[in-house]
Design a protein around this ligand. Structure first.
Ligand code: AMP
Length: 458
């Protein structure tokens, strides 16, 4: 998951990076970092925690310079140390370098083992550190050529922002799996960011999406970024960005996320109608799809489940014994709206089934006479290896059970999923999407059983 941002040739580069990271907090809450360059040196501030907790006036007094890159990290379990915060900074033969990465390299372990065999030492569990080593080890004279060398050795999903003391390089993998957009700041500077919702906060003008397989070089001597197509594009943007991950106000590769969720919800109503009195979303991720479903069904929509917005991922995880409390901490019901009604409850996706089970119970406890769960995505049967945090296949409930069996397990009166065809048609048939969680087509390498992002134990 994760968010990246790069600001070039702007007066308040670090502050702009900060606002962009703030707008993209949903993409990662574990840690955050910004490095800035002033032509002579790279400065770095990174810590665990939320963006607003990390950067203060002291941080901005360190982060001088007209170029800044930043990162929000979403970590998988077990690797939450400060060492795994980004950007990753290093000194090497050509000077200083800083790298921020969104995505997941599928050949991380092979590359790392090879580097370790040759004597490399690592400080973090992140695939991003491979990138820094590969650049440092390249024998090319110029950084741009070292980056191209490195790109031939990594596989999988990546959006990269790489900063030297005076330049900035931006790369999107040839599949364009993760989103990355280019914009112009009000002071004429440049911004690249994972999501366009950050441009809105910065007052930046959207220019275009970075193309799959493209590298952009920002340097003082050229007024516009230099574009090079380093790989033949084979565009497969991630469907899950539209289903769940991105903010609804972002526009990804030309498609508004909220609108695509509305369409998915309408399609779900056609494919999996339910004889109900009321449609409710699981807030916040199911809201747009539930609106579409309600409209498609011609049934009233209510926000009868209320979310406590102060329960973030930073909230102390309940122990196993009080795990049931977890959903109650976050969600509660307005029972007067629910009592005696037949309810359709809409969520964007079903992963382990644990949240859903508790939500169904919550609705029944509030007096719902029937609870019909509808999911605005197909059944998730395979782990994503390209940067969406999904559990192992054994933990994916749809990998083991039919919708009817799951309905019984979660206590719902019925359960229905959007079909794969329905998803593809909702997103638009004009391009291919990364549907790996649903169809197991690991087109960019990796497999269902290959290791995830952080599980190398060498
Ligand atoms: P569950 O009922 O336990 O399967 O959880 C489903 C919920 O998890 C849905 O509300 C989704 O919005 C949410 N979800 C889907 N994918 C992810 C993810 N990668 N990380 C965290 N939450 C997710």
């Amino acid at each position: 998951m994760c968010a990246i941002v790069g600001i070039y040739d702007s007066e308040n580069a670090a502050k702009s990076a900060y606002y962009a990271l703030f707008a993209m907090q949903h993409r990662g809450q574990e840690s955050s970092g910004i490095s800035s360059a002033d032509g002579k040196k790279i400065n770095l501030v990174k810590k665990r925690g939320l963006v607003t907790d990390i950067f203060d006036e002291n941080a901005f007094s360190i982060l001088k310079g007209s170029c800044a890159i930043g990162h929000n990290r979403y970590s998988t379990a077990g690797n939450e140390s400060i060492f795994d915060a980004q950007p990753v900074f290093a000194k090497y033969k050509l000077g200083e370098i800083s790298v921020a990465h969104n995505g997941n390299l599928v050949n991380k372990n092979e590359v790392r083992s090879e580097l370790i065999d040759k004597g490399a030492i690592f400080q973090t569990g992140m695939d991003t550190e491979n990138i820094v080593h590969l650049i440092a080890k390249s024998q090319k004279d110029k950084l741009v050529d070292r980056i191209k060398d490195m790109l031939t050795k990594i596989e999988g999903a990546y959006c990269l922002v790489i900063q030297s003391r005076s330049k900035m390089f931006v790369i999107r993998d040839r599949f364009g799996i993760r989103p990355l957009s280019l914009g112009r700041l009000p002071d004429g500077g440049w911004v690249v960011a994972s999501e366009t919702c950050s441009f809105d906060l910065l007052g930046a003008t959207f220019i275009r999406d970075v193309r799959p397989g493209e590298m952009l070089t920002f340097r003082k001597s050229s007024p516009e970024p230099i574009s090079e197509q380093v790989f033949e594009p084979d565009f497969h943007p991630c469907a899950f960005e539209f289903i769940y991950f991105s903010r609804p106000d972002s526009i990804i590769d030309g498609t508004n996320v909220y609108e695509s969720r509305l369409v998915m919800g309408k399609r779900l109503a056609l494919e999996q109608p339910a004889d109900v009195d009321l449609v409710l979303p699981v807030p916040d991720s199911g809201v747009a799809a539930a609106r579409g479903f309600a409209e498609g069904m011609g049934v009233p929509f209510e926000m009868a489940i209320v979310r406590n917005h102060y329960v973030g991922r930073t909230f102390i995880e309940p122990t196993q014994a009080i795990r049931d409390l977890k959903v109650k901490l976050k969600l509660s019901t307005i029972s007067s709206l629910i009592k005696g009604k037949r309810i359709a409850i809409i969520d964007d996706s079903l992963v382990r089934g644990t949240t859903s089970k508790q939500i169904v119970k919550m609705l029944k406890d509030a007096g719902a006479s029937e609870v019909h769960m509808r999911i605005a995505a197909p059944e998730i049967k395979f782990p994503c290896r390209y940067g969406i945090d999904t559990p192992t296949q054994a933990e994916l409930i749809s990998a083991k059970y039919t919708p009817k069996e799951i309905a019984d397990k979660i206590g719902a009166d019925s359960l229905g999923f959007l079909s794969l065809e329905g998803l593809v048609e909702s997103l638009g048939k004009d391009r291919k999407y990364s549907l790996v969680s649903f169809d197991g087509n690991y087109f960019a390498g990796g497999s269902a059983s290959s290791p995830g992002c952080n599980d190398l134990d060498l």
